[in-house]
Design a protein around this ligand. Sequence first.
Ligand SMILES: [Mg+2]
Length: 280
Amino acid sequence: MTSPLPSPLPSPLPLLASDLDRTLIYSAAALALTMPDAEAPRLLCVETYEHKPLSFMTEEAAGLLTGLADHALLVPTTTRTREQYGRIRLPGPPPRYAVCANGGHILVDGEADADWHARVRRTLTECVPLAEVRAHLRSTAHPDWLLKERTAEDLFAYLVVDRALLPDTWLKELADWAGQRGWGVSLQGRKIYAVPHALTKSAAVAEVARRTDAPYTYAAGDALLDADLLLAADRGWRPGHGELADSGWDAPHVRALTERGVLAGERILREARGALRAGS
Ligand SMILES: [Mg+2]
């Protein structure tokens, strides 16, 4: 009896590089379930934190994501640390590649790629060191609205703040100060990120595309830290909420969706499926 022929090697799949928080997955505060209760979508919990459900997607989105697996390589592309990413359990097969720490780490089958990380570290010598940025944050943030001050993966810093009490002027002054030192600032929900300009999601996704011979890349994201990812992609989508929507950011190849909250995540996956089907 002859053994069956090996199945042909799959041709390289296009990449779908998607931000996670407030793009694919949503905390309860970000769901924006504005429809009548009886019409609200069923939700799947995809992250538990300290024994409590934390992040969700719609059941419909979960089905769409699972269905994409044979047609595109999903690359979760997040500012989360590796540890924070590790809590997320997306439906479908575990992603082969993931980008964490805003491009500071590429995970390959769950393991950080040391070569990539070393390369990133070398590019960060051009900007002011993290310690200096952190000292500035600590000395200027006010205890009235500062809830937490953290660093992530020894690459960048973030604050958790009380948005209602945060003065707009402080954020503007921080952005000016940071900009002169090679760092950018992003406000997402209750978090203010200070991230080196050289630390980008797009560079890490380009590396994944190179390694996988991806013929093209789709991207999705909601925040300023996703702008370079969207610009570098062949096609992209952004939700109707978030920093990019609020600032009126656009690009010819990036579709600005009107959906807000968890329904935007579902719509992005529906759009991606349509684009893959059309081969565009
Ligand atoms: Mg986001």
